[in-house]
Ligand binder design. Structure first.
Ligand SMILES: Cc1cc2nc3c(=O)[nH]c(=O)nc-3n(C[C@H](O)[C@H](O)[C@H](O)COP(=O)(O)O)c2cc1C
Length: 181
Protein backbone atom coordinates (compact mmCIF):
# COMPACT_ATOMS: atom_id res chain seq x y z
CA UNK A 1 0.00 0.00 0.00
CA UNK A 2 2.92 2.35 0.76
CA UNK A 3 4.18 1.97 -2.85
CA UNK A 4 0.72 2.63 -4.26
CA UNK A 5 0.33 5.76 -2.11
CA UNK A 6 3.82 7.00 -3.05
CA UNK A 7 2.97 6.67 -6.72
CA UNK A 8 -0.48 8.20 -6.44
CA UNK A 9 -0.30 11.30 -4.26
CA UNK A 10 -3.76 12.36 -3.16
CA UNK A 11 -5.03 8.80 -3.20
CA UNK A 12 -7.63 8.28 -0.49
CA UNK A 13 -7.66 4.82 1.02
CA UNK A 14 -10.49 3.53 3.22
CA UNK A 15 -10.28 0.16 4.92
CA UNK A 16 -13.13 -2.09 6.04
CA UNK A 17 -12.00 -4.89 8.34
CA UNK A 18 -14.75 -7.49 8.01
CA UNK A 19 -13.52 -9.32 11.14
CA UNK A 20 -14.41 -6.27 13.24
CA UNK A 21 -17.47 -4.75 11.61
CA UNK A 22 -21.01 -5.88 12.56
CA UNK A 23 -22.83 -6.06 9.23
CA UNK A 24 -26.63 -5.88 8.99
CA UNK A 25 -28.26 -9.30 9.24
CA UNK A 26 -29.93 -10.55 6.07
CA UNK A 27 -33.02 -11.67 7.98
CA UNK A 28 -36.16 -13.19 6.47
CA UNK A 29 -37.75 -9.71 6.81
CA UNK A 30 -34.91 -8.21 4.76
CA UNK A 31 -35.16 -10.94 2.14
CA UNK A 32 -38.87 -10.21 1.83
CA UNK A 33 -38.17 -6.47 1.76
CA UNK A 34 -35.92 -6.99 -1.25
CA UNK A 35 -38.78 -8.54 -3.21
CA UNK A 36 -41.26 -5.90 -2.03
CA UNK A 37 -38.91 -3.27 -3.52
CA UNK A 38 -38.35 -5.31 -6.68
CA UNK A 39 -42.12 -5.23 -7.19
CA UNK A 40 -42.00 -1.43 -7.03
CA UNK A 41 -43.68 -1.17 -3.62
CA UNK A 42 -42.61 0.89 -0.60
CA UNK A 43 -41.18 -0.31 2.72
CA UNK A 44 -42.38 1.01 6.07
CA UNK A 45 -41.29 1.18 9.70
CA UNK A 46 -38.49 -1.07 10.94
CA UNK A 47 -38.08 -2.77 7.56
CA UNK A 48 -37.42 0.60 5.96
CA UNK A 49 -34.80 1.62 8.51
CA UNK A 50 -33.07 -1.81 8.41
CA UNK A 51 -33.05 -1.73 4.61
CA UNK A 52 -31.54 1.77 4.61
CA UNK A 53 -28.51 0.42 6.49
CA UNK A 54 -28.03 -2.37 3.93
CA UNK A 55 -28.36 0.02 1.02
CA UNK A 56 -25.81 2.39 2.53
CA UNK A 57 -23.19 -0.38 2.42
CA UNK A 58 -23.98 -0.98 -1.26
CA UNK A 59 -23.79 2.74 -2.08
CA UNK A 60 -20.55 3.15 -0.15
CA UNK A 61 -19.02 0.25 -2.09
CA UNK A 62 -20.08 1.73 -5.42
CA UNK A 63 -18.43 5.08 -4.62
CA UNK A 64 -14.88 3.73 -5.05
CA UNK A 65 -12.74 3.49 -8.22
CA UNK A 66 -10.42 0.71 -7.00
CA UNK A 67 -10.93 -2.22 -4.67
CA UNK A 68 -8.44 -4.39 -2.88
CA UNK A 69 -9.80 -7.54 -1.30
CA UNK A 70 -7.50 -9.45 1.01
CA UNK A 71 -8.85 -12.85 1.99
CA UNK A 72 -7.65 -16.28 3.11
CA UNK A 73 -9.19 -19.37 1.51
CA UNK A 74 -11.58 -21.11 3.88
CA UNK A 75 -12.92 -24.50 2.89
CA UNK A 76 -12.11 -23.95 -0.78
CA UNK A 77 -13.81 -20.56 -0.93
CA UNK A 78 -14.11 -17.20 0.85
CA UNK A 79 -14.65 -16.80 4.63
CA UNK A 80 -18.26 -16.26 5.75
CA UNK A 81 -17.52 -12.67 6.79
CA UNK A 82 -16.69 -11.76 3.19
CA UNK A 83 -19.71 -13.71 1.92
CA UNK A 84 -21.89 -11.77 4.36
CA UNK A 85 -20.49 -8.49 3.04
CA UNK A 86 -21.18 -9.60 -0.53
CA UNK A 87 -24.76 -10.58 0.44
CA UNK A 88 -25.20 -7.07 1.86
CA UNK A 89 -23.75 -5.03 -1.03
CA UNK A 90 -24.87 -6.93 -4.13
CA UNK A 91 -28.23 -5.21 -4.46
CA UNK A 92 -30.39 -4.81 -7.55
CA UNK A 93 -30.73 -1.21 -8.63
CA UNK A 94 -27.34 -0.32 -7.12
CA UNK A 95 -24.70 -2.85 -8.18
CA UNK A 96 -26.68 -4.50 -10.97
CA UNK A 97 -29.99 -4.23 -12.75
CA UNK A 98 -32.28 -6.52 -14.66
CA UNK A 99 -32.83 -5.57 -18.28
CA UNK A 100 -34.69 -7.13 -21.21
CA UNK A 101 -31.40 -8.84 -22.10
CA UNK A 102 -30.61 -10.12 -18.62
CA UNK A 103 -28.41 -8.79 -15.85
CA UNK A 104 -26.33 -5.64 -16.32
CA UNK A 105 -23.55 -4.72 -13.86
CA UNK A 106 -23.61 -1.11 -12.68
CA UNK A 107 -20.12 -0.90 -11.11
CA UNK A 108 -18.46 -0.16 -14.45
CA UNK A 109 -14.93 1.09 -15.24
CA UNK A 110 -13.54 0.00 -11.93
CA UNK A 111 -10.54 -2.09 -11.06
CA UNK A 112 -10.19 -4.76 -8.40
CA UNK A 113 -7.20 -6.54 -6.87
CA UNK A 114 -7.66 -9.69 -4.82
CA UNK A 115 -4.86 -10.93 -2.62
CA UNK A 116 -5.57 -14.39 -1.26
CA UNK A 117 -3.65 -16.83 0.93
CA UNK A 118 -4.15 -20.56 0.81
CA UNK A 119 -2.75 -23.36 2.93
CA UNK A 120 -2.21 -25.54 -0.15
CA UNK A 121 -1.41 -24.85 -3.79
CA UNK A 122 -4.36 -24.39 -6.17
CA UNK A 123 -2.34 -23.15 -9.16
CA UNK A 124 -3.35 -24.09 -12.70
CA UNK A 125 -2.10 -27.61 -13.45
CA UNK A 126 -2.27 -28.88 -9.85
CA UNK A 127 -4.76 -31.52 -8.67
CA UNK A 128 -6.30 -28.98 -6.27
CA UNK A 129 -6.97 -26.40 -8.97
CA UNK A 130 -10.44 -27.89 -9.55
CA UNK A 131 -11.32 -27.12 -5.91
CA UNK A 132 -10.48 -23.42 -6.08
CA UNK A 133 -13.96 -21.93 -5.59
CA UNK A 134 -12.49 -18.72 -4.23
CA UNK A 135 -11.06 -17.00 -7.32
CA UNK A 136 -13.83 -18.16 -9.69
CA UNK A 137 -16.50 -17.08 -7.21
CA UNK A 138 -15.02 -13.62 -6.68
CA UNK A 139 -14.61 -13.17 -10.44
CA UNK A 140 -18.22 -14.27 -11.01
CA UNK A 141 -19.94 -12.20 -8.35
CA UNK A 142 -18.02 -8.97 -8.93
CA UNK A 143 -18.15 -9.60 -12.69
CA UNK A 144 -21.93 -9.68 -12.42
CA UNK A 145 -21.72 -6.30 -10.69
CA UNK A 146 -19.72 -4.99 -13.68
CA UNK A 147 -16.19 -5.26 -12.25
CA UNK A 148 -14.40 -7.31 -14.89
CA UNK A 149 -10.86 -5.94 -14.51
CA UNK A 150 -9.78 -8.14 -11.59
CA UNK A 151 -6.19 -9.12 -10.83
CA UNK A 152 -5.46 -11.97 -8.43
CA UNK A 153 -2.34 -12.53 -6.37
CA UNK A 154 -2.63 -15.88 -4.63
CA UNK A 155 -0.07 -16.60 -1.90
CA UNK A 156 0.12 -20.40 -1.98
CA UNK A 157 1.00 -22.82 -0.46
CA UNK A 158 1.24 -21.16 2.95
CA UNK A 159 0.82 -24.12 5.33
CA UNK A 160 3.41 -26.69 4.12
CA UNK A 161 6.59 -25.61 5.92
CA UNK A 162 7.85 -22.20 7.09
CA UNK A 163 10.45 -22.20 4.27
CA UNK A 164 7.86 -22.94 1.59
CA UNK A 165 5.52 -20.32 3.09
CA UNK A 166 8.31 -17.73 2.92
CA UNK A 167 8.92 -18.54 -0.75
CA UNK A 168 5.18 -18.32 -1.48
CA UNK A 169 4.98 -14.99 0.31
CA UNK A 170 8.03 -13.61 -1.53
CA UNK A 171 6.47 -14.59 -4.85
CA UNK A 172 3.16 -12.94 -3.96
CA UNK A 173 4.90 -9.79 -2.71
CA UNK A 174 6.89 -9.53 -5.96
CA UNK A 175 3.57 -9.56 -7.78
CA UNK A 176 2.14 -6.94 -5.45
CA UNK A 177 5.09 -4.64 -6.07
CA UNK A 178 4.85 -5.01 -9.84
CA UNK A 179 1.15 -4.09 -9.64
CA UNK A 180 1.96 -1.00 -7.60
CA UNK A 181 4.70 0.11 -10.00
C1 LIG B 1 -11.51 -22.20 8.76
C2 LIG B 1 -10.33 -22.41 7.84
C3 LIG B 1 -10.51 -23.09 6.67
C4 LIG B 1 -9.43 -23.27 5.77
N1 LIG B 1 -9.65 -23.90 4.59
C5 LIG B 1 -8.63 -24.04 3.72
C6 LIG B 1 -8.84 -24.65 2.46
O1 LIG B 1 -9.92 -25.06 2.08
N2 LIG B 1 -7.77 -24.78 1.63
C7 LIG B 1 -6.53 -24.32 1.96
O2 LIG B 1 -5.62 -24.46 1.17
N3 LIG B 1 -6.32 -23.72 3.14
C8 LIG B 1 -7.33 -23.57 4.03
N4 LIG B 1 -7.11 -22.94 5.22
C9 LIG B 1 -5.76 -22.42 5.51
C10 LIG B 1 -5.63 -20.95 5.20
O3 LIG B 1 -6.20 -20.61 3.95
C11 LIG B 1 -4.17 -20.54 5.18
O4 LIG B 1 -3.56 -20.88 6.39
C12 LIG B 1 -4.00 -19.06 4.90
O5 LIG B 1 -2.64 -18.81 4.64
C13 LIG B 1 -4.46 -18.22 6.10
O6 LIG B 1 -4.28 -16.86 5.80
P1 LIG B 1 -4.28 -15.75 6.97
O7 LIG B 1 -3.08 -16.02 7.81
O8 LIG B 1 -4.24 -14.46 6.23
O9 LIG B 1 -5.57 -15.95 7.73
C14 LIG B 1 -8.16 -22.76 6.12
C15 LIG B 1 -7.99 -22.10 7.34
C16 LIG B 1 -9.06 -21.92 8.19
C17 LIG B 1 -8.85 -21.15 9.48
Amino acid sequence: MAEVKAKNTGLQVDTLNLSDVVLPTISSEMTEAKYVLLQGQELNGQDKSDWTKIIQYAKDFLAYDYYLISSPMWNFTIPYQLKHYIDVIIQPGILFQFTANGVEGLAKNKKMFCITSRGSDYSVGTYLHQFDFQEPYLRAIFGMAGIVDITFLNAQPMDYTPEVAQLSMNKALEGTLSLAI
